[in-house]
Write a protein that binds this ligand. Structure first.
Ligand SMILES: [Zn+2]
Length: 278
């Protein structure tokens, strides 16, 4: 028996054109659409997921930090950071959230990052004693100036951060051509879901009777996944669309509960054990 718990760590707002791009637009067109869009979506949750497994406690992504709203925290030279509004109170950060659940963050053996965007890494400070795992292919585009241009804040990462960078070096799982097992029993594994960013991974958790698909930002919502609609962030819409298709195929092969980072309906589906109908 594996337990998966959704933990909300504050809110993020984005433009409509970021959540759902005009399909067929190229990378530059998608960025222009975000800048010129005046419509914001409703505040979306920033979710982390706790997995309790016989081999330990695993946390998927770490949310953002209240410091995001301190003047100077975000690079002022990059106007993209003004296209997303992060609202995190100190007590909403993942550390205090876990403490409120009776779990000291040091009891999280392993933190897994789906990718290195700031709203997934902002809570890393709470885990100096944990093993941190992230995808090697995404880390490669998340450091330095390139990372800062692409939604990452490497200059804000904890100085102790030396993530264990993993590759998709394991066997195919369903429509995914490769994987990387996290637990010895293989019930928790990473699969490649590139598109939102290069090297993005999702976490699959295979419990008896149901599989949880922790999608990170591979899709912002189940309706967008089902409709095959890619986001405004991607620089590679073909790859993003192929990822959406692979997730749908996976869900067609086994009962699957989809849990993206920013889908407000995810926690309800988890509570009601509502599987995706493809
Ligand atoms: Zn992201």
């Amino acid at each position: 028996m594996i337990r998966v718990t959704a933990i909300e760590t504050g809110k993020a707002r984005m433009k409509m054109a970021q959540r759902t791009a005009r399909q067929g637009r190229g990378p530059l067109g998608r960025k222009i659409d975000i800048f010129t869009d005046h419509q914001w979506v409703e505040p979306l949750p920033i979710l982390c997921f706790l997995i309790e497994h016989s081999e330990g406690r695993f946390l998927i992504d770490t949310g953002d930090t209240w410091r995001n709203s301190v003047p100077g925290y975000l690079p002022g030279w990059n106007p993209f950071y003004k296209q997303v509004q992060i609202r995190v109170a100190p007590h909403e950060e993942i550390g205090p959230r876990l403490m409120a659940m009776g779990i000291d963050p040091s009891e999280i053996g392993t933190v897994i990052l789906t990718h290195f965007h700031h709203d997934h890494t902002g809570g890393l400070d709470h885990f100096p004693h944990s093993r941190i795992i992230g995808p090697k292919a995404n880390f490669a585009v998340s450091t330095g100036l390139r990372g800062m241009m692409m939604g990452c804040l490497p200059q804000r990462w904890p100085i102790w951060l030396k993530p264990e960078l993993v590759e998709m070096d394991g066997p195919a799982i369903g429509p995914f051509h490769a994987s990387h097992a996290i637990t010895k029993d293989g019930r928790i594994a990473l699969v490649p879901t590139p598109g939102h960013v290069a090297g993005h991974v999702s976490v699959i958790v295979r419990d008896d009777g149901v599989t949880y698909f922790l999608a990170g930002d591979a899709t912002y919502s189940q309706p967008n996944l089902l409709a095959g609609k890619t986001d405004g962030v991607t620089n590679d819409a073909m790859t993003a669309a192929a990822t959406l298709k692979a997730i749908r195929q996976f869900a067609g092969q086994q009962p699957t509960i989809l849990l993206p980072t920013h889908d407000p309906d995810g926690p309800r589906r988890l509570a009601e054990r509502e599987v995706m109908v493809v």
